[in-house]
Design a protein around this ligand. Sequence first.
Ligand code: SF4
Length: 173
Amino acid sequence: MKYEEWSKISRIASKKSLWILHFCTGCGAIEMPPVMTSRFDMERFGMAPMATPRQADVLLITGYLTVKTLKRVIQVYEQMQDPKYVVAFGSCPINGGMYWDSYNTINQLDKYLPVDLYLAGCMPRPEGIINAMMELMEMIEKGEARGWEKYRKNYEKYKKNQEMAFKFGKVEE
Ligand code: SF4
């Protein structure tokens, strides 16, 4: 079934049962345990951690990404089923953060994978994470989180950038 054919009720159900795979690449990952446990309790919003890509809806990239890790992140993303959503968590995957001139980290995740939501901060606090996830839910309900479609449509462009990063370290900014 095409995404446009989803009924409103399907979208609401979908947004209220998000399974999250957090790929803990950097220091921001340390803010996830309080979000997942009793202090902030993300399950009250229908979000639950998921250990495998094939069952996950949301891929959280929680920090800087080396080229070597980028390869694994892409493999994980491609194993997830549509519709799927990517959150760039913290400054590093958004603009390179404090590692912007590192020889071995990429500066913009969205050159290699479609990012649905940018969550700024170094590192974002649990309240910010919950807030961002609520925003993602709204986007899902409105049909605005369509990165997975963008990836399919622009696959050649993403592949070219990925290959350049694997070969030369990172795509020129
Ligand atoms: S944004 Fe800050 S907290 Fe997150 S990975 Fe980069 S340096 Fe670490």
